[in-house]
Design a protein around this ligand. Structure first.
Ligand code: DP6
Length: 322
């Protein structure tokens, strides 16, 4: 019976996805542009087994919310393709889970790739991306590496813009908190949509950001990418903060890191920040720039750890028969 080992990577959005037009299926209300992170990987071992229930283990646990989410995803995949097979899934991350480092993205991308291969569905990469989206919106992007765009609309899927090697930017992930976030992305998005007075402007101004990001990547224009990325990040967090009740994902160190990144830029160092639904800051540097930036960030009181990586994250699937 086939046994797969699937390595997928987290991604971070530079132009953010925040808000759904439809909750079931995670249909995003806006498109997004992301980069795959080579160093933040999930390894998922997966096979079909003869039993009548799935066996799921995530980071050594076989119960809890993460396992329940995977179970829901597998049920949905079977429903979508009219199949009945059950799976054994063992998944682990090489990075902290549930702290805003997008483990759901790499996790569900791996599962979608695995379901396709193990059930011989013969899906296109676009259809695998749509399947991954059923687990988590951002997972649709992690079925590709490099620079990726997620398209909004009822069929929402991601596609590759270009490989990481074409513009090998570096990223310093700066951990400012080890605690799991209090408000998950799904919940936070629904709250923003229902209650934030800025949500409508967030949606209405989004297409302009996407088109600037596409241009910046095509032109390898770092400053343009920096400006639109920080704008999209701060606009998303402003929308989130203005919800009722207000949600604040940042801590004091998050803000100190933002200020340090801006100070470095003033000194002429090309660098920008982005922050997802959590307290960690992802700092994007020009090729060769991460080493000195990482030293600066590690010196900030409250920074727990940094992970230096680069754009990549192409999924790898190894098939072993036994
Ligand atoms: C802030 O993909 O985690 O990271 O679709 O509800 O699972 P669900 O949400 P998720 O949200 C990601 C939000 C974000 C921005 C982004 O990655 O684009």
């Amino acid at each position: 019976m086939d046994n797969l080992e699937i390595r997928t990577c987290a991604n971070i959005a530079l132009v953010k996805y925040w808000g759904k037009s439809d909750l079931p299926g995670n249909i995003p209300a806006v498109g997004s542009v992301s980069i795959g992170l080579e160093g933040l990987a999930t390894v998922t071992r997966m096979q079909v087994h003869d039993g009548s229930i799935d066996h799921i283990t995530i980071n050594g646990d076989n119960g809890g919310a993460a396992v329940a989410r995977v179970q829901k995803f597998l049920n949905r995949a079977r429903d979508l393709y009219g199949r009945t097979e059950c799976f054994e899934v063992r998944s682990s991350n090489n990075f902290p889970t549930g702290t805003g480092l997008a483990s759901s993205a790499s996790g569900f991308a791996a599962l979608a790739l695995g379901v396709d291969k193990l059930l011989s569905l013969g899906l296109t990469r676009q259809a695998v991306s749509q399947l991954a989206r059923e687990g988590s919106g951002s997972a649709a992007r992690s079925v590709f590496g490099g620079f990726v765009e997620m398209h909004a609309g009822p069929e929402a899927f991601a596609s590759k813009i270009t490989d990481g090697a074409t513009w090998p930017l570096e990223v310093v992930i700066t951990l400012t908190s080890a605690a799991p976030k209090e408000t998950g992305s799904t919940e936070g998005m629904e709250l923003s949509k229902r209650t934030s007075p800025f949500f409508e402007s967030w949606i209405n101004t989004h297409e302009a950001d996407l088109s600037i990001a596409r241009e910046a990547i095509a032109e390898r224009d770092f400053e343009k990418l920096a400006t639109v990325s920080e704008h999209s990040c701060l606009k998303m967090h402003a929308t989130i903060m203005a919800s009722r009740p207000g949600v604040l994902y940042w801590n004091g160190t998050t803000i100190d890191v933002i200020h340090r990144v801006r100070a470095l830029r003033k000194q002429g160092i090309p660098v920008f920040f982005t922050i997802d639904a959590g307290a960690q800051v992802k700092v994007v540097c020009m090729p060769g720039g991460a080493e000195s930036v990482e030293k600066e960030l590690l010196a900030i009181p409250g920074v727990i750890e940094t992970i230096s990586t680069f754009i990549g994250g192409e999924p790898q699937i190894t098939r072993t028969s036994h």
